[in-house]
Ligand binder design. Structure first.
Ligand code: PSU
Ligand code: MN
Length: 287
């Protein structure tokens, strides 16, 4: 079996601006290949679930106006109503797992939003249920990171730190929040994943990788922009799936190109590490 790495498409359609989104999506595939794995970017085109979007399908989802952000609850809607859809981490995990793919890479997972309002991403539920290895740079910085970390613990998700003792905070390398295990190599991660499998635990291993040092932003630099974007979302009374894309795009306006470059750099780095982990998982035991 070749080593496969799945990629989500929400980051293409809603997470990054055009044309960086297309360039990044294609580059992530190249990086996974160079690491020794087969990339499969997942999305929905005209109601059809595609595991392994072609270049022109990626271009389409990156440019089209009406691409629905598809989490678990939206999957049947998008397919029954023949919509174009970009899959979130939760929906991508579901579709990848169904296709026998065990590893996926992304930028940041969804989690618990800040503030009193009840808004918790279905990503956390998918991580609790599906035996995937998900490589990311923590949860998106706009979220309530300490509470998100608590929920991961409650739901039994093993959180690994790739060459770090702390869960990264997306644009920034540290959050002050601990991981459950530090892993130095792809083989260390593979050992953790295999141990989880042997114990018949059904949920995910979340591998958190800090953004590369030269692209990292200090937390103090990002927080004021996040606070302002959150205020604006509150004023506009945004709800549900609209919240994340709005916050991310405002953050780019407020924090500027540095935030975009950090986002691209961590996505590329995560694609590389995910490729190496997928390969390590396919290696014959003891080899
Ligand atoms: N991280 C980003 N950009 C994004 C997302 C994460 O930097 O666009 C997406 C992912 O697809 C994630 C989703 O699964 O946001 C979570 O959305 P929600 O909180 O609505 O579940
Ligand atoms: Mn939400």
């Amino acid at each position: 079996m070749p080593a496969f790495v799945a990629f989500e498409s929400t980051v293409i359609a809603h997470g990054l601006p055009y044309p960086q989104n297309v360039k990044t999506a294609l580059r992530l595939e190249t990086i996974a290949r160079t690491a020794g794995a087969e990339p499969r970017t997942i999305g929905i085109v005209g109601g059809e679930v595609i595991v392994g979007l072609t270049e022109s399908q990626i271009l389409h989802l990156a440019q089209a106006e009406d691409v629905r952000k598809v989490s678990l609850r939206d999957l049947p809607v998008a397919t029954a109503q023949q919509l174009d859809g970009a899959t979130t981490v939760a929906a991508t995990m579901h579709l990848a797992h169904r296709h026998g793919i065990g590893v996926m890479a992304t930028g940041g997972i969804g989690g618990v939003h800040r503030g009193a309002r009840f808004d918790v991403s279905a990503d956390l539920d998918a991580l609790a249920r599906l035996p995937m290895t998900v490589v990311c740079s923590g949860a998106k910085a706009i979220l309530d990171l300490p509470t998100t970390r608590e929920v991961l613990e409650t739901r039994g998700v093993t959180v690994a730190g790739y060459q770090t003792d702390e869960m990264p905070a997306f644009y920034s390398r540290s959050s002050g929040l601990p991981v459950d295990a530090r892993c130095e190599t792809p083989e260390d991660v593979a050992a953790l994943v295999q141990a989880r499998r042997r114990l018949d635990l059904s949920g995910a291993v979340l591998v958190t990788v800090p953004v590369p040092e030269d692209a990292a932003l200090p937390r103090e630099a990002v927080e004021p922009a996040i606070a302002q974007a959150l205020d604006e979302a509150e004023t506009l009374n945004l709800r549900s799936a609209e919240v994340t894309p709005f916050l991310l795009s405002r953050l780019r306006d407020l924090a500027g190109d540095d935030a975009l470059w950090a986002n691209v750099a961590l996505l590329e780095n995560n694609a590389h590490i995910a490729g190496l982990i997928a390969k390590a998982l396919e290696a014959p035991r003891g080899a």
